[in-house]
Design a protein around this ligand. Structure first.
Ligand SMILES: Cc1cc2nc3c(=O)[nH]c(=O)nc-3n(C[C@H](O)[C@H](O)[C@H](O)COP(=O)(O)OP(=O)(O)OC[C@H]3O[C@@H](n4cnc5c(N)ncnc54)[C@H](O)[C@@H]3O)c2cc1C
Length: 467
């Protein structure tokens, strides 16, 4: 694919679309050349920070008509290089489109601009009886980034992931038009759902400018049970039994003592529970104490045959519960602090297959000598597995990582899982995609991409190679 390199004429034309010159950045700094992992780096030729739909429409159409690559950027907390301008061109930094447009409790919806951060949505709703339910651990991500990666979170089992909480999207396509995909209505049997195609498309089909979120009445009661086990294997094996017993937790996370030790070391903190080597954090919510109590008793009874030790039960708003979540949400960053370089495998397998993946991880750790710490969402089968460079040379790290990634994708495929549960494919994993999902499937995606983006300018070369 041949792209046009931005010249002075383009700069003049594009700048005429943006009223405020501070938002038209012709000398981008390193702020725009990486995401959280820094495994992919690319400097844009130009950064534009739009504040209106009209600005986005004009820039996107110009980019498409003139064959200039354009990549939408949220708050760059992504991990797979998905928001980087790997073909040069424009980084469309959405972070200043950050307004709440409408709060409408009567329809249980709220509409925001795509650049607003999750944290700001949470703060806006804090004193209201409604909440936005998905709970990705990274609160600084923008909602547009969450939509385009179909962010998962800690409440996926009971409430689903981002996809289940989006009613409507405003999306600018390459023809410069602003499309509305979806409505505020709960149901639709009205043709193809283009809203659902955009969700998880990693910015490769269009630019999301507005998002209508589904709101939930805030549950009245919620508790966390931290259940220690003598080892991680027993902890994880108990989860399918908990779920099959009829308990519907909001959350079931797993983590082992080894990753907790890293959090303690790098955050200078103390995990409040001293016994056990493998843990399940169970989240339960309900409208009454009785409901909550019944679910909790059931879950605890089911974990007994798996050698569960005495559980610690905490009100979800207590300081101790908050500390445990702080630990869980910072595990990725704690591991990142423990090594010069890090990469991640984010496979998602059927919940009963997690032990098989973890056994394979142990084997690979032993085979390659690379440290591979991990934790994850036991309730939905999504594992976060980290490849730490430690004191390996760059060459060794690259070679061993490639091997481990390929091996774990083979494992996930054999278990009928997905390459990514929530962090996406982006640029870092695009070369594995076709092999994993097959040529026919990938070709179908290529055809869809062509319909939305005939000149292949919208975040090119992401998810799968274009040709
Ligand atoms: C400590 C930590 C914890 C994390 N925990 C979670 C977690 O629990 N669950 C989870 O799913 N992820 C998690 N992540 C990953 C990351 O936060 C998510 O992928 C998030 O959705 C990215 O949002 P962002 O705004 O940072 O987007 P970016 O990283 O800037 O972009 C991500 C993708 O979205 C596209 N995009 C962004 N905005 C738009 C738009 N307006 N229109 C079209 N495309 C757009 C980009 O082009 C890119 O393809 C975590 C990351 C860290 C560092």
């Amino acid at each position: 694919m041949h792209y046009h390199k931005i010249n002075s004429n383009d700069l003049q034309n594009l700048s005429s679309f943006i009223t405020d010159k501070e938002r038209f950045i012709t000398n981008p700094t390193s702020h725009w050349d990486h995401d959280q992992f820094k495994t992919v780096k690319a400097m844009p030729d130009l950064v534009i920070q739009p504040i209106t739909n009209e600005e986005v429409q004009k820039v996107v159409k110009y980019a498409s008509d003139n064959h200039i690559p354009l990549v939408a950027r949220g708050n760059s907390t992504g991990l797979m290089g998905a928001n980087l301008t790997v073909k040069g061109g424009i980084s469309l930094d959405m972070i200043k489109m950050n307004k709440v447009i409408e709060y409408e409790p009567e329809s249980l919806t709220m509409t925001v601009q795509a650049g607003i951060r999750l944290k700001d949505i949470e703060e806006f709703l804090a004193d209201k009886p409604f909440t936005y339910m998905p709970a990705p651990a990274m609160h600084w991500a923008a909602i547009g980034g969450n939509v385009d990666t179909n962010a998962g979170g800690l409440k996926a089992i009971k409430y689903g992931v981002t996809r289940e909480h989006i009613r409507k999207l405003s999306v600018v396509l390459t023809d410069g038009r602003l499309y509305k995909f979806g409505t505020k209505a709960v149901k639709s049997a009205s043709g193809y759902s283009l809203k659902d195609l955009i969700i998880g498309s990693e910015g490769t089909l269009g630019v999301v400018t507005e998002v209508t979120l589904r709101l939930y009445p805030r549950p009245k009661k919620s508790i966390n049970a931290i259940i220690p086990f003598p080892n991680l294997d027993s902890a994880i094996k108990s989860v399918p039994a908990i779920l099959a017993s009829g308990v519907v937790p909001t959350t079931v996370e797993f983590m082992g003592r080894k990753v907790i030790n890293l959090w303690e070391k790098y955050y200078n903190e103390k995990f409040p529970i001293e016994t056990g080597n493998g843990f399940i954090i169970l989240g339960l919510d309900a409208f009454t104490d009785d409901e909550l109590k019944a679910e909790l008793q059931q879950a605890l009874a089911v974990t007994k045959p798996f050698n569960a030790e005495k559980a610690v039960i905490l009100d979800a708003d207590s300081a101790k519960a908050k500390k445990i979540w702080e630990c869980r949400e910072a595990l990725l960053l704690a591991i990142q602090k423990s090594t010069p370089k890090m990469d991640e495998i984010d496979i998602c397998v059927p919940i009963n297959k997690i032990p098989e993946v973890l056994h394979r991880v142990d084997e690979l750790e032993e085979d390659t000598g690379m440290r591979i710490p991990n934790f994850g969402h036991a309730g939905d089968g999504n594992l976060h597995i980290y490849l730490c460079s430690d004191n390996l040379s760059d060459e060794e790290y690259k070679e061993k990582s490639k091997y481990i990634i390929s091996e774990l994708y083979k494992t996930a495929k054999a278990l009928d899982g997905n390459m990514s549960g929530e962090h996406g494919i982006g640029y870092a994993r695009k070369d594995w995609f076709e092999d994993y999902y097959g040529q026919d499937y990938t070709d179908l995606l290529r055809k869809l991409k062509k319909v939305f983006d005939p000149n292949s300018v919208i975040n090119p070369d992401k998810i799968f190679p274009l040709e």
